[in-house]
Write a protein that binds this ligand. Sequence first.
Ligand SMILES: [Fe+2]
Length: 516
Amino acid sequence: MTKEIKGPQLNRRGFMGASTLGTGAALVGLGMSGGALAQGNPAAGAPQVDFPNDPRLFGGSGTNRTEMDLRDCEVEGDWPKDLDGAFYRVGPDPQYPKQPEYVGDIPFDGEGHVSMFRIKDGHVDYKTRYARNARWVAQAEARQSLFGMYRNPGTDDPSVAGFNRGTANTQLFTHHGKLLVFKEDSPPVAMDPLTLETIDPEYTFGGKLESKTHTAHPKIDPLTGEFVSFGYEATGFLSKDVNVFTADKDGNITWSVTVEAPYAGMMHDFCVTQDYVVLYLPNMPADEALIAEGGPHFRYNSQLPCYLGVLKRGGDGSDMKWFTGPNYFCTHVMGGWNEGTKITVDMDGGEGNQFPFFPSLHEPWDPVKGTGYLRRFTVDLAARGDSYEAVTIFPEITGVLARQDDRYHTLPYRWGFLQANGGWAIIDHQAGTSKVFTIPGVSLSEMCFVPRTPDAAEGDGYLIGLGSVQAEGGRSDLILLDLANVDAGPRARVKMPYRCVGQVHGWWADASAIGA
Ligand SMILES: [Fe+2]
């Protein structure tokens, strides 16, 4: 019997476009590449592990799946002897091939595979483990995929009805002694920061997390050490409710409030300032009709307004206000702050959909409109009206996956970083200048900023991230760039013997944060 294949499946143009711009940068991080077009799905009978060869199908662009330990990686160059910490990464790494009708599922539905480069005394050890949550365990026991389309529980095997569907594949974060691994449709998975053992497959801050979901991009207030976070679709599948909360440096929830968004939709990142929480709702709504058809969760709607939402930290949420303005499809926040009632937020985003694997309601996917630029949003709560302003800054730079020196989130900041077409863009807001660091023949994934010392000045330190060596089948190098001497090229690198597990995002943790 031939089964209908669900899902949008990128056409060739969409796939190649995704690989070169927009959130395609994340796909570079995942190590996706072209390949043969033969499809190898199991016939009826005993379930087999046979991923498709077509890169447009789920898992067809490459999987890793091997949990690894490599002590004393091969290092080159001048690794700073006093650099003591861990560089963590996480990305979707399909645990099993999808059932035949769901091979059109999107790449972001793979199970989260966590990797760690532990760096100390110039030595680097590498370790990877899957986040072993309920989904991973159920599938491991069944030896096959039990979950259907991306964030569509109606497509699941009946044996996992009501399960937490989270994949823990997007971002990870150290706080109050735990490595928390996130997928925005579910609570975090807590792992041991040194062994990567899963210690809580559904971490709820001691049972106090009110939201059923949790963002992949929480923030730490550098002045208080507080963990500030949110979850959308907080009270249930497709709900418009957004829960915003704060936990203290020990993980105790100290503030929690639930507000309502204009519509249920993708709210991937957010901004925290000293006085406000700023939410952003780009025009990628959760689409009930698409879900009912067996498709993925979201469908881009260019005719819906984007909303910037502001609420006061520590309040009861009754001041929540939503603003509209230029419709930029933004996903990641570089930085933001407030001066009194005036709020500034920098985000990367396109004029249109940056996720070609989510269908568009009104028009075909447009790679030009999907190209990411840095956009500066401003709003004054004291002004009349309900609109924000947004302008493009540093138009010479196209890129995505914005980062900053995380010690300056909530505060006015000088230095920002973007993954820019296989390189790393370094932006100096104070001087108004930018430069792009590249390594010929190497595609660089998203990077993290590493302070030279815990109390170093803003921007004084390194960028760390993975490079994919094109001439060697995508073999991985871990690159360390000294921001004090960018023109000299990488200060040091780790030459891995294979292509490492892919990533969406990474996180640097000082040894003091991981109990090392
Ligand atoms: Fe993200």
